[in-house]
Structure formats: C-alpha cells, structure tokens
Write a protein that binds this ligand. Sequence first.
Ligand code: 5AD
Ligand code: SF4
Length: 466
Amino acid sequence: MLNREEEIQFEYIDKLKLIVEEKKKALGRALTCQVTTFGCQMNARDSEKLLGVLKTVGFEETDRDDADFVIYNTCTVRDNANQRVYGRLGALKPYKKNNSEMKIALCGCMTQEKSVIEKLKKSYNFVDLIFGTHNIFCFPKLLYRMYTEDKPVVEVWESTDVIAENLPVERKYPFKSGINIMFGCNNFCTYCIVPYVRGRERSRKPEEIIEEIRSLVADGVVEIMLLGQNVNSYGKNLETPVSFAELLRRVEEIEGLERIRFMTSHPKDLSDELIEVMKDSKKICRHIHLPLQSGSSRILKTMNRCYDKERYIDLALKIRREIPDISITTDIIVGFPGEEYSDVLETIDVIDRVRFDNAFTFIYSKRTGTPAARMENQVDEATVKKHFDMVLKKVQDTARKQLERFEGQVLTVLCEGVNEQDEAFLDGRTSGNTIVHFKGGRELIGKLVDVKLTDFHGFYYDGEII
Ligand code: 5AD
Ligand code: SF4
C-alpha cells in the first residue's frame, strides 16, 4: 500500500512520462540517462531507486557521459570522494555545451553540506538539480520541477520523518538486492560526517521490511542485504521496539529466500542474541563486517567508539568460537589525530589476533564540522603514509593466510555473473563473501551451486562445480 507521499510522487511520474514522450518526439530519438554511484551500499540502493524512476518515465540507461540526464549520487565520508565528484563534474561541462538537452543533477551525502552547495553555486553553476539524502524520495517531483522551471532547482532538507520505500526500483542484479532497514546514525564517532549528512537513526517497521523482502523474493531475489549505518541498534526507536536479532529471525522465515547478509555492525551494540541467531541460522551468511577503526584503546576513546581494544578482541574471538566458519572483515582508519607509532602497533596486534578475512584501510580524512577536525594534534602526511603502509601490509598478509583455509573445500556459491576476462567462466560468492571463478553457463546466474575451491589466487579462488 502506498502512503500519501508515495502517491504524490506517482502523480509526478505520470506528468514526467508526458514530458519525456514529448521530448522524444521533438528529438526523434530516445532520451538517455546515466546514474553514477559513489560510496557505500546504501548509496548503491538509492541509485537503484533513481534509475527506477528514470526508466519508468521513459529514459534509457547509458554509461556515456553525454547522456541527456546525468546524475551523481555522491559520498562525502572522505575528501577524495568529493574531489572525484568535482573532477567528473568539470569533465561534463563540454558535453553540456554540445547537447542543449543535457541536464546534470547531484544528490547524496555531499549535497547535505552547506559548503558544498556554496561551491557548486559558485563554480559549477551548470548543474541543473541538487537535492539531498532526506528528500531523495521526492526525485519525481524534483525532476518535474527541473524540466518545467527555467532556473536550477536546489532543495536540500535538514531532516525528515518520511519513509517512502515504495517507488519504482531498477535492481542492478535480478537475484540479489539491498534493503534499507534503518537510516541515519546516532553514534557521532568524532571523525565521521555521516550523522551530520544522514541524520538521526530511524528504523523501518519490521512488517514493512518483511513485506518488501517477500515481494523481492516473489520477483526472483534469493539473497538480500539488510542495510543500515549501524544495524545492531535497529528497532530501538520503534513504537514497539524490536531487536535486530528478532528481525533476522523473522526474515529467516521467508520462504524462497536463500541468503541473508547485513551491513554494518557496530561492535558496541553487537548482542549475544545476534550471535545465537546467526549460529542457528541456515540462511544468514557466514560473514560479519565489524569495523575496528583502531586497535588502540586511547585512540578509540577519542574516536568515541565506546569500546576498547580488549572488548573488541573478546567480541571477535567469541564470534569465531561460536561460529567457526565465519569470515570477519573490518574497516581501519590510519592517521587519526594524535595517533602515534605505538597506537599503530596496537592496531597491528588486533589484526594479528583477530585475523581479519579482509580489511578496508583508510587514511584519516579531515571532515569539516566533525570534532576530530578541530583536534590540534593532526598527524603529518609522511608519518601517516608510513603507518598506512605498515597496516596495509599486515592486513593483506593476514587476509591471504585466512582465505587459504578454504582451499580444497566444497562451498555453496551464488553465481553472480559472467567473468569479464573469460566468457566461459562465472563469478560467484561464497557465504563468507569470497569470490570464486568457475566454468559454467549463463543459465546458472542467480543460482546457488556447490563449488570446489581449487586454486587460491591471493584474494579469490578458481573452482569447479561439483
Ligand atoms: N576518514 C577516513 N575514514 C573514514 N571513515 C569514516 N569517516 C572517515 C574519515 N573521516 C571510514 C570508517 C568507516 C568507513 C565507512 O569509512 O572506517 O567504517
Ligand atoms: Fe560514522 Fe560511527 Fe555512525 Fe559509522 S557508526 S556511520 S563511523 S558515526
């Protein structure tokens, strides 16, 4: 059932269909659109919604930069993401000169920052539409305004109570899908801009989530990923509170659904109940992403992570003990203000003891408005680089050793697509999220097959269907 906001957007979708139809007639060709995603899984899911609307109103998708409508769904978690967007925007300008029909739009986390809007208005005034994370559900209305008003449309909200998840979606994969279970973050880790651009935590009602998953399954989806900045605190702010573990129990019961993933877990909120549910589950994948950020208790404290080194290690080892075949992956930040060589050694010690199956290592990026940006003891670039290389090497060596343990095992793999290098091969993922290449036909895409992992190549396997 649609809520009022969703009904309004569908009215704009109908109006847009007429506009696109008229344009097609006038131009004598189809209208094309390019949707480019920066950042995380939540953004990837949002982009599927943008493309859903665009295709519904009559656009054809393209990856060409001279498309009639180009939209960048941006990320601002680290500054290099912002710089990439500015670079790509600059490169679009000449295309726009050659195609009077071309429109450019920007949405996502970057546009929630006032300084970004000012910069865009000043130096990128050829952008036709700017909106934020809170009003992405208004995309049909905003697109309509862009086509009917003769000045750029800029609408960014500070926050919203609306949850409108029933608009058209164009999934990238027919057989797997992300699904938002909550939005925003209340943690305010001192380095992180997310709480400022995504707002406070809001959970969707379990019934709505279950209903959406049921309809995805009816549409051919076998694997879902439950998405939220901090899924472990799911449901706490609902009228009738529901724990994340309880939500998983209910999702598990959905017939036809084969695999359940989730992202991201905050160590401070990961409950024993969740470990129990995972242990007993036949569908929840043997993978947990558990961002560490730093192994130094001193740094964790100034990061406001609410756990220390020992508590993290205890938790990770408990998970490994209870669910021995689990893969644990993590995020690590190097170069947080005040970080010294001894802190980096603590991080390396945690990597040694937890043995991460994979880790994303980031150089600390100063985000304006966050408490860490105001800290005086910022670390110089050369030191950060040296520490970063140390951590990266450790992470890579450990991950390699960890993944080696699967050699010779037969594991269930979801076939995800044809291998780019060799058409006779398919790419798939194990429950633990390891990538496997194996010989197989296209008809297997979207299916779960048993594959023997034969040859290890550092971060992926070659295998054979059994
Ligand atoms: N600098 C570097 N990395 C960051 N992350 C979040 N904020 C920053 C920052 N300011 C990383 C964290 C988080 C991941 C999504 O991005 O490791 O887990
Ligand atoms: Fe950022 Fe911390 Fe929230 Fe993750 S938990 S989004 S790192 S504030």
